[in-house]
Design a protein around this ligand. Structure first.
Ligand code: TXA
Ligand code: MG
Length: 342
């Protein structure tokens, strides 16, 4: 039922884009690639269109959506009081995997895109397909990740299809996304600004441009997370997932022990390890190549769901650079569980 159109930069694709734009203008949703993950877009100024996003995803409708724009200047159309520091970040990192939260300009974006919020999260995606769509549409796209709620974000058109076939009219296929984890969400309404969700743009990169920022959860311990999306159960694979030290012998021993309990094991780990005892092994990239690990992580989690594994073990990274986003997502998928020898 859902139509997949492939766009290839070598070919003139005006017709495919025009079809997607027509669907969006008629108040329907379209899935499209960004540099982070696939998004499920709807015209952000149309309430009925935005509602279709929540319906298709099965997403709680109190969780605000990111507004995607095709030109930096457009941020002013949807936000007010944009601080100087944000201007610097836009100049340096847009288009790119950075969402900034500002005070919302009243009455422009459909109320249900930011339900009950005085703020709005905005980003300019760094992907030719997303930018082409935005520029032809000449309007803002509200777009969460294009997965069913509770699934990992899609990094390939096939992932979107697996989750949303029959629920949306169209997927624009632009191949595998590059970054693989979602954008960093940075709240610019506080002083200093606060990272609400670690993502594709690292804290170190942000701080080089505007100085120190807070990290949610570290500075304000027991407080409920302010990116509402963080409170929902996310990325839950079918089998329980345990994080484990990125050591070949630690993983080998864990697999042996779990086998004694009669369990079948899927492992997500670096390409250098050879864990012959594992029932399934999904390699995500070289041990220290965090960009590759981020790019391949969600596919690996989805692949685990296609196995009959009873337990999933996922090798940890350090929580620095994009490793912070990787560990954040793994911790959620594991619901905090680490494997320890019993
Ligand atoms: O990379 C990405 O950000 C992808 C691509 C498609 O752009 N989008 C994405 O959207 O991950 P979503 O809806 O899956 O996650 C958006 C996150 C949620 O945690 C949400 O709560 C938070 O951003 N967020 C959005 N607007 C906000 C606001 N005004 N204040 C605080 N948090 C906000
Ligand atoms: Mg999401």
């Amino acid at each position: 039922e859902t139509k997949i159109v492939s766009v290839d930069s070598e070919v003139d694709n005006v017709r495919n884009y025009q079809q997607a734009v027509d669907i969006l203008k008629s108040g329907e949703v379209v899935a499209f690639p960004t540099e982070t993950v696939y998004g499920l877009g709807a015209l952000a100024t149309k309430r009925e269109a935005v509602q279709k996003i929540y319906d298709a995803k099965g997403r709680p409708s109190d969780n605000p959506l990111i507004i995607h724009i095709g030109k930096k200047e457009d941020a002013n159309l949807y936000a007010v009081d944009i601080p100087e520091a944000a201007q610097k970040l836009m100049d340096r990192f847009w288009p790119g995997p950075l969402t900034m939260v500002f005070h919302k300009r009243p009455g422009v974006i459909a109320e249900n895109a930011t339900p009950g919020f005085e703020t709005v999260g905005i980003r300019m995606p760094d992907h030719p397909v997303a930018l082409q769509l935005l520029n032809m549409l000449d309007g803002p796209l509200a777009a969460p990740s294009a997965n069913r709620s509770g699934k990992p974000s899609p990094t390939e058109a096939e992932h979107v299809y697996a989750d949303l076939n029959g629920r949306i009219p169209m997927i624009v296929d632009g191949g595998q996304t590059g970054v693989g984890v979602e954008s960093t969400v940075l709240d610019m309404t506080t002083e200093p600004p606060a990272i609400l969700r670690p993502g594709g743009l690292t804290k170190e990169m942000i701080e080089k441009v505007i100085g120190p920022v807070q990290s949610e959860g570290k500075t304000e311990k027991d407080k409920a997370p302010r990116a509402p999306g963080m409170k929902y159960m996310h990325y839950a694979p079918n089998a329980p997932l345990f994080m484990i030290e990125a050591s070949e012998t630690a993983i080998q021993t864990a697999v042996q022990n779990l086998h004694k309990e009669g369990k079948r094991i899927a492992v997500i780990g670096p390409e250098e390890f050879s864990i012959e005892e594992a029932d399934w092994y999904f390699s995500v990239g070289s041990l220290h190549d965090y960009d590759a690990i981020a790019a391949n992580l969600y596919r690996a989690i989805r692949q685990c769901d296609e196995t009959e594994a009873d337990v999933i073990l996922a090798a940890e990274t350090e929580a620095s650079g994009v490793g912070e986003a990787i560990m954040n997502r793994l911790t959620k998928a594991a619901n905090g569980k680490r494997y320890s020898q019993r």
